[in-house]
Design a protein around this ligand. Structure first.
Ligand SMILES: [Ca+2]
Ligand SMILES: [Ca+2]
Length: 653
C-alpha cells in the first residue's frame, strides 16, 4: 500500500502522452444518461445544489453528452449536515468490470462558468474498485481545467491497484474549493479505456544516499507491459562538466522496478543521470535527472529545533540550556522573538547581555531563530492564530495580506530582527541562522493567487515583490555575515504550479522568498548557503524507513532543478519528530484511530535516524510538545542522546 501511494504521487506529475500510441475501447458515450445519478452516499444523497442531466447543446460525440451542474451554496439548510458539501455524480458498474489490461481512461470535458475557477482543485474523478470508500478514495484531481473549450482528459490507472473489479465511476467537486454563489457546469463525453501499444516510462527517479552514500537507488515505473525477453533499463552518469562516470543496464521484469547500483568512485557533488527504457538496442523512452551525492563517512550535523527552547531563552536564568552540552546535538535554534511578537524590536545593545550569557553557558552552536510571520497579515477571515496569540492583534490586522511594500512597517521590523539575528550568529561564531517561513497568521497567504487577488495586484507583480523580500534577506547577510548559513524549516520549492500570465513555475510564497535569496547570493557570489529544511518533505513523521526513503528519492527529483541551478548555495536538510512513548502522544503526534504504528519507543526510531543521517549532511530534530519530548529535562536528554549519537555514528561509517 505504501508503495502504491508513492507511485500515485509520481503519476500526478506524469507527462502527457501522444494519443497515437494507444489502442482504445469505448466505455461510455453518454447517449444514455440514465445510469448516472447525483449524490454523495456518505453525506447528502439529495444534493439540492447540483444536478445531473443529458445535454444536446454542448456535445463532443454522438447526439448528447452528460452535464454535471453545480450551484455553490454555503447557506445551511434544514436536514443538511454539511452546508459546504460535495456535489457528486456517479455510475455503478454492474457486473463489475476488469480493467487490468488497460493503462488509462480518456474522456472529453467542457467546463462552462462565468466565475473564476479555483486554483488547486476544480473537479475530481475516481474509478472505484469493489470495497473502496468514497471518503479518502482513489480520487484523481484533473489538472489544467480551462473553461469554454473541449479538453481531452487522460487519467492514469495507477499500477499496484487491483483493477480486476471496478464497480463505480464518480466525479465530484467540494463546495469549499469554490466561492459561495459560483455556478459551474461540466459536460463529459466519450469516455474510453486505453492501452499502450509499447511501454513508456511513466516515471524514473534516481537518488544517492538512501541505501548508503556510495549506492544509487533507481526507481522506474512503466506504463504498458514489460517483456523481460526484450525490455531493459539503462542508466548513464556524467559529471556536470560532461565527463563519463559509468553506466549500467538491467533486464526489466515488471512495470514497477527498483534497482540498486554502486558505481565505482562516485564523487561527492552533482551528477547527471540519463535513464533509458530500451527494446533490444532501440531506445523507447528516456529521462534526465540531476542529483547530488555526499561525502561518505561524514558525520551529519544535528540541530535541535523546538518550541521548548522558547521557555529556556525567555527564562531569567539561562542555565537550563546547559543540559544540551551533553547531548547529541551540535546546535540548537533559539527563538529571539516569538512568531506572534508585535512589540517594537530591541536594539543590539539590549540583546547583548543575553548573547554574552549564552556564549558563556552553551558549548554547542546557538542558532538565532526568526519568523517571517512578522510581516504576514491576519485579516478577519484568516485561518491562522494571530488574534489568539499576538500581544497586539491590530498590528497584524492592518497588514495587507503580506507587508510587501512595507505598508505598515512590519516588513521593516522583520528585516531589523533578521539583521540583529544575523549579527548575533556572527557574534557567537555560530554557523548561521534559522528562519521559519510558516504563515502562522494566515495559511492561505502561501498562495500567490490569493495574495494577488487580495492585494489587487497581478500574479507576476506579487512574485516579483516576494522575491525582492528574499533578495533583501540576502543583502543583509552580505552586509552583516556573508558566510552565514540560512537554515529554513522548509522552502516549498518542491511544490510547483503554474498561473496564467506567469512564465515558468509558480511556488508557494516561501519558495519565491527562497528563490529571491538564492538568486541574489549567486549573483553576488556570496559564501552563504541556504538549507531547505524538509519540514514539508520528508516531513516530521514517516511510518517506517522504507516510506522515508521513498520520500527522500521523490524530494531529490522534485528539487533537482534548483539543486542544479544553485550548486554552491542550495543544500537539503532532513528532519524528524521522534517520540519516546507513543501512548502519551497527543494532537498531530498521536496515532490515528485504528492505525497500527511500528514506531512505539525511541529504540524503534533508530533505523529512521540512521536513514535520515545517511541521506543529509544537515538534520534537525523537531522536539514536539505533542509528544512531551521535553528536551531540556536531563532525564529525557539522557534518553535521547545515546540513540541519536549511535545513529549519527552508524550513518558516518
Ligand atoms: Ca456522446
Ligand atoms: Ca451547499
Amino acid at each position: 500500500m505504501r508503495v502504491a501511494a508513492f507511485v500515485l504521487v509520481l503519476m500526478l506529475a506524469a507527462i502527457a502522452c501522444a494519443a497515437d500510441d494507444y489502442e482504445y475501447a469505448p466505455l461510455d458515450d453518454f447517449e444514455d444518461a440514465t445510469p448516472w445519478v447525483k449524490g454523495d452516499p456518505n453525506t447528502d444523497l439529495e444534493q439540492r445544489d447540483s444536478a445531473v442531466m443529458p445535454s444536446t447543446e454542448i456535445v463532443h460525440e454522438g447526439a448528447q453528452s452528460l452535464a454535471f451542474v453545480v450551484h455553490v451554496n454555503w447557506t445551511p439548510r434544514e436536514g443538511e449536515q454539511y452546508p459546504k458539501g460535495w456535489p457528486m455524480m456517479a455510475r455503478e458498474l454492474d457486473p463489475v468490470q476488469d480493467w487490468s489490461d488497460w493503462d488509462r481512461a480518456f474522456f472529453w470535458l467542457y467546463t462552462e462558468t462565468d466565475d473564476p475557477l479555483p486554483q488547486d482543485r476544480v473537479l475530481r474523478v475516481g474509478f472505484f474498485i469493489e470495497g473502496e470508500e468514497v471518503r479518502g478514495g482513489p480520487w484523481y484531481t484533473i489538472p489544467g481545467i480551462e473553461p469554454g473549450k473541449w479538453q481531452r482528459i487522460s487519467v492514469p490507472l495507477e499500477p499496484g491497484r487491483d483493477w480486476t473489479r471496478v464497480n463505480r465511476i464518480s466525479f465530484y467537486v467540494a463546495e469549499g474549493w469554490y466561492q459561495d454563489g459560483d455556478r459551474v457546469t461540466f459536460y463529459v463525453d466519450d469516455l474510453q479505456l486505453a492501452r499502450r501499444t509499447s511501454p513508456v516510462l511513466l516515471s524514473a527517479a534516481v537518488a544517492s544516499r538512501t541505501i548508503d552514500r556510495r549506492t544509487l537507488a533507481i526507481d522506474v515505473q512503466l506504463e504498458g507491459r514489460a517483456d523481460p525477453a526484450r525490455h531493459s533499463v539503462g542508466i548513464t552518469l556524467t559529471s556536470p562538466g560532461g565527463a563519463a562516470e559509468g553506466s549500467f543496464r538491467w533486464r526489466l521484469e515488471d512495470a514497477a522496478a527498483h534497482f540498486e547500483w554502486r558505481p565505482e568512485d562516485l564523487a561527492p557533488g552533482g551528477h547527471h543521470a540519463r535513464i533509458q527504457l530500451l527494446d533490444g538496442e532501440t531506445v523507447l523512452d528516456s529521462r534526465e535527472q540531476y542529483f547530488r551525492s555526499l561525502q561518505p563517512g561524514r558525520r551529519s550535523y544535528l540541530s535541535l529545533i523546538s518550541f521548548y527552547s522558547s521557555g529556556q531563552w525567555n527564562a531569567d536564568d539561562l542555565s537550563g540550556l546547559t543540559v544540551l552540552n551533553d547531548s547529541a546535538y551540535a546546535g540548537v535554534a533559539l527563538p529571539f522573538w516569538g512568531g506572534y511578537e508585535t512589540a517594537p524590536v530591541e536594539s543590539w545593545d539590549d540583546l547583548l547581555p543575553k548573547l554574552e550569557q549564552v556564549r558563556d553557558l552553551l558549548e554547542i552552536d546557538p542558532w538565532p531563530w526568526v519568523f517571517s510571520n512578522r510581516f504576514i497579515g491576519s485579516p478577519e477571515d484568516a485561518s491562522g492564530h494571530a488574534s489568539r496569540n499576538a500581544p497586539d492583534p491590530a498590528y497584524f490586522e492592518r497588514i495587507p495580506i503580506l507587508d510587501l511594500d512595507n505598508e505598515t512597517g512590519a516588513r521593516a521590523d522583520m528585516m531589523t530582527m533578521w539583521r540583529l539575528a544575523v549579527r548575533a550568529a556572527k557574534y557567537w561564531g555560530a554557523p548561521g541562522i534559522v528562519i521559519d517561513l510558516e504563515a502562522y497568521n494566515n495559511y492561505p497567504s502561501y498562495h500567490v493567487k490569493y495574495v494577488a487577488e487580495r492585494r489587487g495586484e497581478s500574479y507576476a507583480e506579487v512574485i516579483r515583490k516576494v522575491e525582492a523580500v528574499g533578495e533583501e534577506l540576502a543583502r543583509i547577510i552580505e552586509e552583516e555575515y556573508p558566510q552565514c548559513i540560512v537554515w529554513t524549516l522548509f522552502t516549498r520549492l518542491e511544490v510547483a504550479d503554474t498561473l496564467p500570465g506567469v512564465e515558468g513555475v509558480v511556488h508557494p510564497v516561501p519558495g519565491h522568498i527562497s528563490l529571491g535569496f538564492l538568486r541574489y547570493a549567486q549573483e553576488h557570489r556570496l559564501p552563504c548557503r541556504m538549507l531547505c529544511g524538509g519540514e514539508t518533505t520528508p516531513g516530521y513523521y514517516n511510518p517506517n524507513p522504507e516510506a522515508l526513503r521513498r520520500k527522500i528519492i521523490d524530494r531529490d527529483r522534485a528539487m533537482a532543478p534548483y539543486l542544479e541551478r544553485f550548486p554552491e548555495h542550495l543544500f537539503l536538510a532532513g528532519t524528524i519528530s521522534p517520540y519516546h512513548d507513543l501512548s502519551i502522544n497527543t494532537g498531530f503526534m498521536a496515532a490515528a484511530e485504528g492505525e497500527e504504528r511500528s514506531l512505539r519507543t525511541l529504540e524503534d526510531f533508530a533505523p529512521m535516524f540512521e536513514t535520515l543521517f545517511t541521506a543529509y549532511d544537515w538534520n534537525w530534530i523537531y522536539a514536539s510538545s505533542a509528544a512531551r519530548t521535553m528536551p531540556y529535562d536531563p532525564a529525557h536528554n539522557a534518553l535521547y542522546t545515546p540513540v541519536l549519537d549511535a545513529a549519527l555514528t552508524a550513518a558516518a561509517e
